[in-house]
Write a protein that binds this ligand. Structure first.
Ligand code: F6R
Length: 608
């Protein structure tokens, strides 16, 4: 995800900006740049690649800007590939900006500005904001920023330089993070305090649409009515390592909380005029319609995302989908032809078995598509078509946000394919998309509202030796992920089972010593799952039930309940994944396990 820094002080700032940016590298990025006031002129230098590439460029061209006020940026590409021209800062001689977030209505703004005679160099949404600032500017930066934020939709953290104010940085944010660092003879902006700990530990948190005016001597904050806002000074007392966790105790919890943004960032570039739009990834819907069969191949959590994908693609588009564990697929001599599509899913893009499965599929003549989070990874480089998820760097070994963005791509694919094959009408497809875009905000609420009940459920599960997760249909698909999450970080054995299959053997394991987590979010299967829950309760199991707010649950059905808001059943897995993640997280915390680095596991599995 993009990182922003800014400095207004008494020292030469190019090196300070680059040093501060280096502390944001963990966020992941593919290009970097700085803009500094040099003798009253905004001088911008940027480069595709790492900060080292930017430094090399400045040294080779002897072009390091000289001046004491500037902004810097590391970019994680969303709109437009990583390239020098798409790198930030963006703007012109009058206004130059760095941006983190997504401007949802950038196409409208761009069309408007094109008609006003503006030209655009990059493919980014950011450049439209820079040019809109220039368009509205009449000498008063505060008024200009207020006008611009009333026009743009989406998420943004912006660091802005106006040519007429060479001693100042302006900043504003909504949804994307940004804070103001307070030094003795210098002040800063940064995406998180990691970047600034070397310089100061005092900072202001900028609230949504508060506008900061920052010089070396002073920081003023205004609301959108130009009233000054009094701020409380915060003091960062974490070490640099904790700061990277943005104040969360563990990366896993941070990443659970990042899911609304990750989903938004992943889906918004893939929605056009209210319809799914995956063609920008090189996907040709005419070809896609023709495939005989789809294979989804992946490992672990990514494979579980594929299982949800199978259920929704088959249900909506009526195309046959087979899901395979990559380490099995590669050795089972699968029947592949040039009429098949193989979708591999991988967060890291480097998982050895998934990569081998991809290569095998290509050799067999199948078309390959990769759903990958890490840009430029081996799987991304080798697949015929790449759809990037935009989860940002996932540091915790237990995957959370990478899973929900993989699910998001599965949904978009199912909708687009179902529409292309004439299985759903345009109106129905638009309705699915309209519902889908609301999900990040609903997830935000679910994280808050289910935290306590998940903590409580975890306190009841933590002493078990073994657990069962049960569900039917999409709930079964999701239970597999819930079960994996719990076992990998809490070291409690657990197994996911199709609720209707229990009585064919596994129910003999059920006693009062074996708690059961039941997921029942699908209206058509609710009664049936409740019957299966009663079967395990009759054998003494304590049941944690995840269901919808609207479900009437008799007292004798569940011992612990987590209720979720009611949305279209098809989307319930993405919502219900949150309490499953939180239950696993709190169980691990309560047991004192190493949550982010569970024993024996690595983030990227590059061996067979
Ligand atoms: C579990 C987890 C793993 C990965 C699996 C595949 O929380 O993270 O099961 O999902 O190792 O990794 P990627 O997605 O990098 O191919």
């Amino acid at each position: 995800m993009c990182g922003i820094v800014g400095y207004a002080g008494k020292e030469q700032c190019a090196d300070i900006l680059i040093d501060a940016l280096s502390k944001l590298e963990y966020r992941g990025y593919d290009s970097a740049g700085i803009a500094v006031f040099e003798n009253g002129v905004i001088k911008t230098e940027k480069s595709k690649g790492k900060l080292a590439d930017l430094k090399d460029k400045l040294a080779a061209e002897n072009s390091k800007p000289e001046g004491c006020v500037g902004i810097g940026h590391t970019r994680w590409a969303t709109h437009g590939e990583p390239s020098d021209v798409n790198s930030h800062p963006h703007g012109n001689a009058n206004v130059t900006i760095v941006h983190n977030g997504i401007i949802e209505n950038y196409k409208e703004i761009k069309d408007f500005l094109l008609k006003k005679g503006y030209n655009f160099d990059s493919e980014t949404d950011t450049e439209t904001v820079a040019k809109l600032l220039d368009y509205f500017y009449e000498g008063n930066p505060l008024e200009t920023i207020i006008k611009v934020i009333s026009e743009v939709r989406g998420s943004y953290a912006l660091g802005i330089l106006f040519k007429d104010f060479p001693d100042k940085i302006f900043a504003v944010r909504k949804e994307s993070p940004l804070l103001i660092g307070l030094g003795k003879t210098s002040n800063f902006i940064a995406s998180d305090m990691t970047a600034l700990l070397k310089y100061t530990r005092n900072y202001y948190l900028l609230e949504a649409n508060e506008i900061a005016v920052i010089s070396s001597e002073n920081v003023e904050i205004f609301d959108t009515h130009k009233n000054p806002v009094a701020k409380e000074v915060n003091v960062a007392n974490w070490d640099a390592d904790a700061a990277e966790k943005g104040g969360y105790e563990h990366f896993m919890l941070k990443e659970i909380h990042e899911q609304p943004t990750a989903i938004k960032t992943t889906i918004s570039p893939r929605i056009n005029a209210g319809m799914p739009y995956l063609e920008e990834s090189g996907l040709n819907m005419e070809d896609l319609k023709k495939y005989r069969k789809i294979f989804i191949v992946a490992c672990g959590t990514a494979m579980h995302a594929g299982i949800v994908g199978k259920y929704i693609i088959e249900k909506m588009a009526r195309v046959e989908v087979t899901v395979d564990i990559a380490s099995e697929f590669r050795y089972r001599d699968p029947i592949l032809t040039s009429e098949d599509l193989v979708i591999v899913i991988s967060q890291s893009g480097e998982t050895a078995d998934t990569l081998a499965a991809l290569r095998l599929s290509k050799e067999a003549g199948a078309k390959t598509m990769a759903v990958v989070n890490v840009k430029g990874s081996s799987i991304a480089r080798e697949a015929d078509i790449v759809i990037y998820t935009h989860a940002g760097p996932e540091i915790s070994v237990a995957s959370t946000k990478a899973y929900t963005v993989q699910l998001s791509i599965m949904y978009l694919l199912a909708f687009e394919l179902a529409y292309a094959k004439g299985r759903i009408s345009k109106e129905r497809c638009e309705q699915y998309i309209a519902d889908f875009v609301k999900i990040p905000d609903i997830i935000e609420d679910v994280i808050k509202s289910s935290e306590k009940s998940c903590q409580f459920a975890a306190s009841k599960l933590m002493n078990a030796d073994s657990l069962l997760y049960i569900g039917r249909g999409l709930d079964y698909a999701l239970s597999m992920e819930g079960s994996l999450k719990l076992k990998e970080i809490s070291y409690i054995h657990s197994e996911a089972y199709a609720a209707g299959e229990l009585k064919h053997g596994t129910i003999s394991l059920v006693t009062s010593e074996m708690p059961v987590v039941a997921v029942a979010t699908q209206s058509d299967l609710f009664e049936k799952t409740v019957s299966n829950i009663k079967e395990v309760k009759a054998r003494g199991a304590k049941v944690t039930l995840i269901c919808k707010e609207s479900d009437n649950v008799d007292e004798d059905v569940a011992d612990y309940l987590v209720k979720l808001p009611v949305i279209d059943d098809v989307f319930m897995p993405i919502l219900a994944s949150v309490p499953l993640q939180l239950i696993a997280y709190y169980t691990s915390v309560l047991k004192g396990c190493d949550v982010d680095k569970p024993r024996n596991l690595a983030k990227s599995v590059t061996v067979e």
